[in-house]
Design a protein around this ligand. Structure first.
Ligand code: FES
Ligand SMILES: [Fe+2]
Length: 458
């Protein structure tokens, strides 16, 4: 049974576009922020060096001693699971002469610097200093107390199975930064999902914000994804802003653009192309439909019963059978895609049991016309299946291109094209339509970070 008043109801009741006051939103974006190195430098100092950001998944480092490197622009960190199971973050620099300790991912009982072989415990404390031909104490050899020379800590915390890192040692807790998003996302149990199918990181020839912009509006569907026109009714889109973050949703399988129940059924049947786990619910969905077909096979749904409602019932039964507790999700969260933007660079489309995540990070070399995207499908599996189902990360080599599903290919191509246009200095600003409201919200949040000199206590 569903809980009374699950948190998702707040999204169900969020305003439609027609009910939103556009007064506070600035519907223009300065073009310079997509192409200028000066702007990128300000972003580096005031945003990236202070903000909580996704650095990986918890299951990337499942066992004590597992570690992974995280890079943002020219900064490098190492995230280590300690002997006590706790995940800690460190600046990836040896306290001797600063050599980068770790590169990529690995497993170790201690972290050893390859330069002069100083070694560190998994909790960051200096373990030993190698000193050939010298028998005296460490303190005398290096002239400092050993306990002063541990790795430099940075805050890390986990939410929804993601490891978040904040380069700012004085950062306020992650939970405060995520705010209401924690409560709204918790019932999906994203922490119990693993990357499955798609898990790819590739360079894209555009600014990192071009990627995030593109996923925060459905307005480009008519231009870039003609095959998706009509899949969703944008006049039914709802928007909720949660601090710097936001969520939008529109009911899937609504009747405005389709006049027959059979057409709605056909649209639902196409869902597994983008959300494979829905396929498992389709036999149940068919069985429910069958009850409403006459001898001639014609579908006659009683009033109040829609294909969407039957899909929700089938999804609930299918996930229940697999062992995923969906009781805290609203009916809309079961079947409809909720489009989440976690500031600054995390986008996720989610419904019960599965999600697609897009992370965009600036080019490590600081080129504002280039970034990396990391595209990941996440899917829920029972605990014993997770390890074998988990898709390893594919890092696309320079000059190569991964072959994505159609809509992502279309987006990929479009993003580079938009960046080419944005590089023209004569273009001073971008103009937003009402349907691009979330871009206005995102860029307003970015402005607050980039224009603020003080350390942000959140
Ligand atoms: S720089 Fe690491 S041991 Fe010398
Ligand atoms: Fe798109």
């Amino acid at each position: 049974m569903s809980r009374v008043n699950p948190p998702g109801e707040r999204v169900d009741r969020a305003p439609l576009l027609s009910g939103i006051d556009f007064g506070p939103f600035r519907m223009r974006i300065p073009a310079e922020r997509y192409r200028s190195r000066e702007y990128q430098d300000r972003e580096r100092e005031r945003l990236w060096m202070r903000v909580w950001q996704v650095a990986g998944r918890q299951e990337d480092i499942p066992d004590p001693g597992d570690w992974m490197e995280y890079r943002i622009l020219d900064q490098s960190y190492v995230i280590v699971r300690g002997g006590d199971g706790e995940i800690r973050g460190f600046v990836n620099a040896c306290r001797h002469r600063g050599n980068a300790l770790c590169q990529g991912r690995g497993h170790a009982t201690r972290l050893v610097c390859p330069y002069h072989r100083w070694s560190y415990r998994l909790d960051g404390r200096l373990l030993a200093v190698s000193k050939p031909d010298y028998d005296g104490p460490v303190e005398e050899f290096v002239g400092r107390e050993k306990q002063e020379l541990g790795l430099i800590r940075v805050p890390v915390d986990c939410f929804a199975g993601f490891v978040f890192l904040n380069p700012d040692p004085g950062a306020a807790p992650l939970s405060g930064f995520l705010g209401e998003a924690v409560e709204l996302l918790a019932p999906y149990r994203v922490d119990e999902m693993v990357p499955h199918g798609l898990n790819v990181r590739e360079a894209v020839a555009c600014n990192w914000k071009v990627v995030l912009d593109a996923f925060q509006e459905g307005y480009h569907i008519q231009g870039v994804h003609p095959e998706l026109v009509g899949a969703m009714d944008e006049s039914l889109e709802r928007y909720r802003f949660c601090g710097d973050h936001s969520v939008a949703t529109a009911p899937f399988g609504t009747a405005k653009r389709r006049d027959s129940a059979e057409e709605l059924v056909a649209a639902i049947r196409r869902l597994p192309e983008t959300f494979p786990a829905v396929a498992d619910a389709l036999p149940g969905f068919d069985a429910l439909l069958e009850r409403h077909r006459g001898g001639d096979g014609v579908l006659a749904l009683p009033s109040g019963v829609t294909p969407r409602l039957l899909l929700q019932q089938a999804l609930r039964e299918s996930w229940d059978a697999k062992g995923l507790d969906v009781d805290e999700l609203t009916a809309s969260q079961l079947s409809d895609n909720h489009f989440w933007m976690l500031f600054p660079n995390f986008f996720m489309t989610i419904h019960a049991g599965e999600a697609t995540v897009i992370l965009a990070t600036p080019d490590p070399g600081g080129d504002p016309n280039r970034c990396f995207w990391h595209v990941m499908n996440l899917q829920w599996f029972p605990p014993h299946e997770r390890k074998e189902r988990r898709a390893e990360l594919v890092e696309v080599a320079e000059g190569d291109h991964f072959s994505y599903f159609l809509a992502l290919e279309q987006d990929f191509e479009q993003m580079a094209r938009q960046q080419r246009g944005l590089q023209n200095h004569a273009l001073e600003e971008l103009t937003l339509s009402r349907q691009e409201l979330r871009l206005a919200h995102f860029h307003a949040a970015l402005d607050r970070w980039v224009q603020s000199d003080r350390r942000r206590g959140r």
